[in-house]
Design a protein around this ligand. Structure first.
Ligand code: PGA
Length: 241
């Protein structure tokens, strides 16, 4: 495990973008898993900037989102598909057919999970999974208690995760109850993992995940057993390390 602590959020974002840029320069057809949320917003800004400056070429890269809410129309402003279009996909030269995210309204959610897992497999697996971390230690929508053996599956969102999203959805009752998420095993099979954490509210989860016992009660704790884990945290998130 390598832990890089940066002073502030913008530096964390820049370091993360440089890390990804280096990987793409070394392997033009890199297969990435990508997160949504507040944490990676700066990272996407930096990647877009680097693309516009001619530093990175995404034309052969494939990207798989970690998760998507269930039950929202794809164009819903809070869907992760909308987020990815807005913050990343539409601003770089990724081929649309190489941008993957689970369907938010599949007829058969279980079949959609298998399809997604197979799609990742058809690319030979993930080269690099970029992750954020929840205050409860979740990674993607793998909430506390999720078995480490899980593949892409339908997950029930925890009450704290739903409560955190209530204001962006305009009320708790509007927050989806379920999502499709890559499983912990799907993520652990990535050849390399980049975990990002920013802000004091992540300090406890980050320290429990990196220094505490490996337990499904703290899903990110499994990352301690990954052979190639890089953590980039700003100083507030790293406070308890
Ligand atoms: P955040 O979410 O980046 O919005 O803090 C991270 C997560 O919950 O996984």
């Amino acid at each position: 495990m390598q832990i890089i602590i940066t002073e502030e959020y913008p530096k964390m974002s820049l370091q993360a973008a440089r890390f990804i840029a280096k990987k793409i320069l070394a392997k033009s057809n890199l297969v990435l898993a990508l997160p949504t949320g507040n944490t990676p917003l700066g990272l996407y800004c930096e990647l877009v900037r680097m693309f516009k400056e001619g530093l990175i070429d995404f034309s052969e890269v494939a990207v798989f989102n970690l998760d998507e809410y269930l039950g929202l129309p794809p164009q819903h402003p809070q869907s992760f598909r909308s987020y990815m279009h807005k913050h990343f996909w539409d601003h770089v030269n990724l081929r649309p057919e190489s941008c993957y995210i689970p369907l938010s309204s599949p007829k058969n959610p279980e079949a959609e999970c298998s399809r997604y897992e197979q799609l990742i497999g058809s690319y030979g697996g993930l080269d690099l999974a970029v992750l954020g971390i929840g205050e409860n230690g979740h990674i993607a929508f793998n909430e506390p208690g999720t078995p480490f053996e899980s593949l892409t599956h339908v997950a029930r969102l925890s009450p704290e995760t739903r409560a955190r999203e209530a204001s962006t959805f305009g009320g708790l009752d509007k927050v989806p109850t379920h999502a499709i998420t890559m499983g912990i095993k799907t993520i652990m099979h990535a050849r390399e993992i980049l975990l990002l954490a920013s802000g004091e509210e992540k300090a406890s989860a980050l320290s429990r995940s990196l220094k505490g016992p490996v337990t499904p009660e703290t899903p990110a704790s499994i990352l301690q057993l990954h052979p190639n884990l890089i953590v980039i945290a700003d100083s507030l998130a790293a406070k308890q390390l």
